[in-house]
Structures are given as structure tokens and as C-alpha cells.
Write a protein that binds this ligand. Sequence first.
Ligand SMILES: C[S@@+](CC[C@H](N)C(=O)[O-])C[C@H]1O[C@@H](n2cnc3c(N)ncnc32)[C@H](O)[C@@H]1O
Length: 368
Amino acid sequence: VSGTPSAYRERYEYHQRPSGGKEDANMDDAGHAGREDSLPAALHRLGVGFWISQALYVVAKLRVADELGVGARDVADIARDVGADPDALYRVLRTLASVGVFTEIGSRRFSLTRMGAYLRSEVPGSLRAQFLTITELDWEPWRQLLRSVQTGETAFEHAHGMGLFAYLKKHREVGQMFEDAMTAFVTENGVAVVTAYDFGRFGTVVDVGGGHGALLREILTAHRHVRGVLFDEAHVVAGARMRIEAAGLAERCACVAGDFFASVPAGADAYVLASIVHDWDDERARTILMNCRAVMTPAAKLLLVEMVLPPGDAPSYSKLLDLEMFVLTGGCERTEAQYRNLLASAGLRMTRVVPTRTASSLIEAVPA
Ligand SMILES: C[S@@+](CC[C@H](N)C(=O)[O-])C[C@H]1O[C@@H](n2cnc3c(N)ncnc32)[C@H](O)[C@@H]1O
């Protein structure tokens, strides 16, 4: 399940500031720093976050950003081309312009901002598939958060009657959207991971639960002597194979279908698990890690790509993502100490945590 490209993170951090950038010190004793910036107003803005979320869903679904890809346009023209009511679409664009996604450059004439450009479907790091996923996959389970907090049960299973990955396998069009959302995230995150860590020292890298292979493609493109093995469930591997072939990497990359709760391919120098361990509770995460440990040589490395929870109440997207894991899979984000303990319980010793320029880190471990 996805993390956050920087455009998304910047937007999140913007909304975390009580007054859109003004500090508490600017407020009077009652917490007022201007008509819109009182503490109750700031709290209210947090409470209506889903209004923005739904407006983003609408423009993502209607491909409004693609209509603006070549430049500014009148709302009436966009509405005609995407099949929307012009007045209603105007109100949505005006709202999203007020939070920096579009800009109204003339009467009812809009263009994309640099942030809004990530809504386009064909740009690297596009967030379109993520916004579709947030509403079409996450919305119902999130409505059940209260019940899950009261019972500790996974909301997704309650909403859909099965686990996330079983659901994605059964509903392939939603599964495709989910894999596209993951790919978009990894497009930015993958570059950061490959920049932060030297994968060139390895002969063979297995990407365990590698999805459509965005990270592995990044690794193999950066290091021309490295060979890759993409390991995932059969229905996902089919999509990965196509993309690996299209990238001209088929000769150096095998695609292997399987179940990481049963076993993982042997014979690699490095086992990468990106956004895998956070999908699962400790018991199931330990099973995956032990299956990796079982096939690792003493010199092999295991690399988790995850967000590490910072201590205290420091703002961090990882805390939001932790709730998303609670709702979707019953997994969680973890602190550095929790990762160390989890790895140790699977016979692995954590050697270091390497930060990247995104919110994700590489957690390196070796056989204990
Ligand atoms: C959150 S996605 C992460 C994908 C990829 N590593 C990334 O960073 O984009 C989790 C992946 O685990 C895979 N997966 C889930 N259950 C699996 C299983 N039992 N065996 C192998 N792969 C599995 C899913 O198909 C999916 O590709």
C-alpha cells in the first residue's frame, strides 16, 4: 500500500500548519490569528479533509488535469469534453484552486499548478491512480474506522468480506488500479532508494512482492551487471513481465510466481521487500521474513523499504499511513526498535537504517 510522493507530502504538511503557514505564536490568547486562522477554524479544516479528497477524486476520475495538459482552458469547454455540468465543475475547480491544485487565470478559465500537474495520468509520479484508489477502494473501509477501533478488527475485511489482496485478485480492474497507484509511488520512491543505497555491489536481487517491478526496473537500469528476480502472485507477475520486457530488461530479469508465506526464490545476494512488511501483523510479517532468512547465504542482505515511525508527536506521513494499514490490511508502520525486534525474531540482525530523500528508509539486515 502506497506512501507519498513529495507533491502529496507537501500538500499534507501544508494542511498540518494550523494557519496555512502562520505559527501559533501569531495568535491571540483565544487562538485567533485572523478570521480564517483561529484554532477552531484550523481544527475544522482538518475535520473536512474528505471534502478536498472527494473533489480530487472527481477531477481525477474525469481526467480534468489531462484536459489542461496543453494549457489553460475555459470550464465550459472542459465540462463539455469530460461530460460534466459546467457550473458544478466550476465550483469544484474553484475550491481546488483555493488549495493550490489549479489556478483561475481569467473568468472561469483554469490552468494546472505545478502541484496539480501530478494529477495528469501519463506523467512520472502521477497521483491519478492513487486518488481513484482512495475513493474506490479505501472509502468504504475508512467509513468503518470507528468499528475497527472498538473491536480491533480489520475494516477492509468487514466492508468487503475478504482481505485486501484476495479482493484485488478477484476484482482485477480494481487490482490494476491499485498496482498503477503503487507503480506511481515507486516511480519517485524508487529513484530515491537507488540513489541512497549501492545496489551495484550485488550480483542478483530478488524483489519479494515486487508488484509491477517499478523498483526492480530502477535498480537494474542503474546497475547494468545486476540480475533481478521479480517475485509476486501469479496474476501480478503477468503485468510485471510485460513492463520488464517493455523496458528491455527481460534478459536480466526473471519473473517468478509464488506465495511468500510458503517460500521465496533462493540464490540471491539481496532480498528487497518494499512496502511488504507494513502490510502484515507481526506474526505474518515474521513468516515472510523467516522464509527469506531460510534461503539467504551468510553474506546475503535483506533490505526493507518502509517508513520508520518517528518518536513522539513529530508530524510524519507514516502516522497517517499506519492508520491506512490498520484499515486496509491489519498491518502497521513500525518504529526502528520494532523493526529491530521483528527482524531479530526471524533470525535476522538489523545492521543500519539508511534514510532517503523521500519519507521511506532502507532497513538493512543480515542473517544473525
Ligand atoms: C503494497 S504492494 C507493494 C508492491 C511493491 N513492492 C511496491 O513497492 O510497489 C504488496 C505486494 O505484495 C504482493 N503480495 C501480497 N500477498 C502476497 C503473497 N502471499 N505472495 C507474494 N506476493 C504477495 C501483492 O501482490 C503486492 O504486489
